[in-house]
Ligand binder design. Structure first.
Ligand SMILES: [Zn+2]
Length: 462
């Protein structure tokens, strides 16, 4: 980085009230007369910044570089899932934003009949508007960039309005600032900046979709099955900026119903107690859990989990729900256990279901077992050139060479990666241990937001 770029970076990183991005090239620097600074006498390298109000009046900048304005606007759409609201409104706003940058933008709306058959979730309602924006610059390769438009609900006692991006002490607070609307704002700001002076090195295909937060089908999975996920490599911005994620666990939800026969509890020997019969089922599941959870993937775990001593992805078997019985003095005729199985990339979804079945079927209890396979596991070759390309762009844009890791959770990205075979990196703006994603006062560091925009420029510029 040149001294002038370093100066600009120091200024941007230290100015929590003026949120702008700039390419880290000298030509993109604001004119020097505005960069008022003085050097500390004891060190020529430390820069003291003037108070914000005397620096770089906002009107000196072109507003289209204003990341905060973009983020405020995007956060203001209450695209909460469930139920999945305001998708039409946010996509209607985004279509011209991309068109003005020369993209061909399309609304990909899931037909109601398909929504009714594929997304049987009574919590969901309304239309499913997804956005696809393509820019053909005549390059050999196409990069697919993906993020989801929905956010989890924002109940509870927030310190600020969750649907207004509020800036305080170097952070921005709001539902979705980290997961993952901050990355969408940074993408638009980065593209505007980049397209002003140059062109991207790849054709771009931007996918902004619905219902990720409910594990839904209507977004990226639907576009995948439509054949709309087409390219040579993919950046999923639904991640965090601690690591570049190249793997994730798959998920299978299971349900085991133990049947019995009801009777008066005073003569319980006349019935079959389904709750008591479920005890050996749970014991069998617990011994399988022990075996399953002793396995390890070759995919390293996130830096946050590594710091807790967990080196690589781990499969999980959980019993998370139990329902049975109607009254204390009635022998219950039914007990239902539910849970999930997290599947490491080395396991197959099919084998995992067979394994569970083989453990439960021999038991005496009369049992119905159902599986609901969700997203598959994902594992991208860490030596793929795309992975290095992303890491190097992070190094240039954000100043560190990121670790590679996997996610214990499950991603809709994995569905697209499995079906299309496109090599994928997952990288976003939030931080695992401090952004409070899905919680109260979700936040993002201003410096990470700007760093992410710089990373995108480094990744995309020709
Ligand atoms: Zn997300």
């Amino acid at each position: 980085m040149s001294p002038a770029s370093a100066l600009l970076k120091a200024y941007l990183d230290s100015s929590p009230h003026t949120l702008l991005i700039s390419q880290t090239t000298d030509s993109a620097l604001p004119s020097r007369k505005h960069l008022i600074c003085r050097l500390k006498s004891q060190s020529q390298t430390e820069v003291m910044m003037m108070p914000e109000k005397t620096l770089l009046p906002q009107e000196e900048y072109q507003m289209d570089l204003d990341l905060l304005d973009l983020l405020k606007k995007i956060i203001s759409f209450k695209t909460v899932a469930p139920p999945g609201s305001n998708y039409r409104e946010i996509v209607d706003w985004l279509v011209p934003v991309f068109q003005e940058m020369g993209f061909a933008s399309r609304r990909l709306v899931m037909p109601q009949e398909l929504f009714a058959s594929r997304c049987q979730d009574s919590r969901l309602e309304g239309d499913r508007f997804n956005l696809k924006a393509d820019l053909d610059v005549g390059a050999d390769k196409t990069l697919v960039i993906y993020a989801h438009l929905d956010v989890v609900p924002a109940e509870g006692a927030w310190d600020t309005d969750p649907f207004q991006a509020v800036q305080k002490e170097g952070r921005i607070y709001g539902r979705g600032v980290s997961d993952c609307k901050g990355s969408i704002a940074a993408l638009i700001a980065a593209l505007r900046s980049l397209l002003k002076t140059g062109r991207p090195r790849y054709n771009l295909s931007v996918l902004l979709t619905t219902d990720e937060e409910v594990g839904g089908y209507s977004g990226l999975c639907y576009l995948t099955d439509l054949g709309e996920v087409k390219g040579d490599m993919m950046l999923c911005m639904d991640g965090f900026c601690d690591d570049v994620v190249i793997g994730s666990n798959g998920i299978i939800t299971w349900e085991a119903t133990v049947h019995g026969r009801s009777a008066h509890s005073g003569s319980s020997f006349l019935g079959i107690n389904a709750v008591e019969r479920s005890i050996p089922v749970m014991q069998a599941l617990m011994s399988l859990k022990k075996e399953v959870q002793s396995r390890r993937s070759a995919v390293p775990s996130s830096s946050a989990l590594e710091a807790m001593g967990m080196k690589s992805l781990k499969p999980m078997l959980n019993i998370t729900m139990i329902n049975g019985g109607v009254k204390e003095n009635i022998v219950p005729d039914r007990c239902t256990l539910r849970g999930d199985r997290r599947v490491i990339p080395e396991e197959s979804m099919e084998e995992v279901m067979q394994e569970l079945e083989s453990v439960l079927k021999p038991l005496e209890a009369q049992l119905d077992l159902k599986f609901y396979p969700g997203y598959p596991p994902m594992s991208v070759n860490p030596d793929h050139p795309w992975v290095s390309e992303v890491r190097e762009a992070v190094q240039r844009g954000m100043g560190f060479y990121p670790r590679l890791s996997g996610a214990q959770g499950s991603l809709d990205q994995a569905y697209a990666t499995e079906k299309t075979g496109i090599p994928t990196c997952v990288f976003g703006v939030g931080r695992q241990l401090e952004s409070n994603i899905h919680g109260l006062n979700e936040n993002v560091r201003v410096s990470d937001l700007m760093g992410f925009a710089r990373f995108l420029i480094e990744l995309l510029q020709a």
